[in-house]
Design a protein around this ligand. Sequence first.
Ligand code: NAP
Length: 464
Amino acid sequence: MDRALVEAAYIAAAVCFILSLMWMSHPATSRRGVFVGEAGMLLAIVGTLMLKEVVDYPMILAALLLGSAIGVPLAYLMPMTAIPQRTALSHSLGALAVALIGVVETVGMAARGEGPSFASAALAFEMLLGFLTCTASIFAFLKLQELVTTRPMLFRGQQIVNLAVFLGAVAGAVMLAMHPQGGAVLVAFIALASIFGVLLVAPIGGADMPTVIALLNAYAGLAASAMGFALGNKLLIITGALDGASGFILAVIMCKAMNRSFANVMFGGFGQVVAGAGGTAEVRTVHSAGQEDAALMLENANSVVIVPGYGMAVAQAQHKVSELYQALSNKGIDVRFAIHPVAGRMPGHMNVLLAEANVPYERLVEMDEINGDLPVTDVALVIGANDVVNPAARDDPKSAIAGMPIIEADKARSVMVIKRSMNAGFAGIENELYFLDKTRMLFGDAKDFVGGVVKQLSAAGRAH
Ligand code: NAP
């Protein structure tokens, strides 16, 4: 009876997780997706606590309190712009948990004198993925938080060293699968797998970390799934597989949107300082304008397309941008937002920020859809975006971002760009958009500048 209840809770939890993923894939239903995912997790935990194998409730309570003491501050203290690093930290803890359970089970098998089995092989596999994901995620966190250099760390013979460490870790896994044991083999295996995690992430540039995190997510999911096989827990198999597949799909989507291959993200050393990049920008002329001019141009437009990017997130300008949207809409101007799939530093970054600032969802238009309308748009207002509006991706086959689909802001009748300087964006390359005759550079912090424009608009409103 107990077992039937647990199984029922597990099936319900699995259904919740599937619905959660389905609903989270669309912003309009994403909140529901989060809630149903949380409900699923609660069912999974309660179901597991009903298992008769569970003997030590006080220990579980202590672990629950400790986990909450870490998780709750993490959720509240880290800002939205730090979501990628927060995700990296949570992955590291999840992977560590999986890996440590693997160690306990392997040592238990060794104590019982068990030989090779499907379970020992699954455990070796999940420990390998678990430990490497744990250290790789911690290193990804350090890079994203800029506690270590965000540039790719490259050295001579790197790939040979990486391969040697990886093969060493795999050899350890094979030995443990053939003969579950504690002691030196287990310790050496853990060390090699953990070192490999760091080596895997070191050559990858900081801004590619979100893609790497999606991949690490997939690894952690696979590790959990393998553990499900080892422990005979169907829910772990299902959730691990869902996690693994969704992480992988997300990484593929991100690579496609950047027009880069997995190999290029993992081994390309993207983000190294390019000689001359950005440095020549100062000597060329651009047309700049102030808040008053910007307000005037916007007021005289019939249609405005706002292109938000990473700078809007850094400046936390989304609320001011929402006010600008309101002010212009109140004047009867058609305002829409052009959303590039990799604007910002994580998938859905712009959607989340604009939704937080209550911009109506139907005003957010995907890149492919908005591009056709840009030639008949009066003003393209680029707020803290750079690479995603860089025409070089379309026009220059030699560019570092050649082939990456862009939002064609340069085709609008006029363009305004809010950013602080002529500095390059993530790809480290110059942007011809800024030098066009029809472009006005609005230099300043996105939040301050947009706030100033909103003030100008309301002052103008009173004057009329
Ligand atoms: P971007 O190319 O990185 O450019 C952001 C611009 O924002 C910078 O040029 C910067 O110029 C400006 N900025 C920074 N702080 C600002 C502030 N406080 N106020 C105003 N402007 C500010 O960003 P993007 O156009 O959004 O492109 C995203 C890039 O990240 C792409 O290359 C994409 O491939 C990559 N990427 C994205 C993801 C993802 O999932 N979204 C994942 C991995 C990589 P100033 O310094 O002059 O102000």
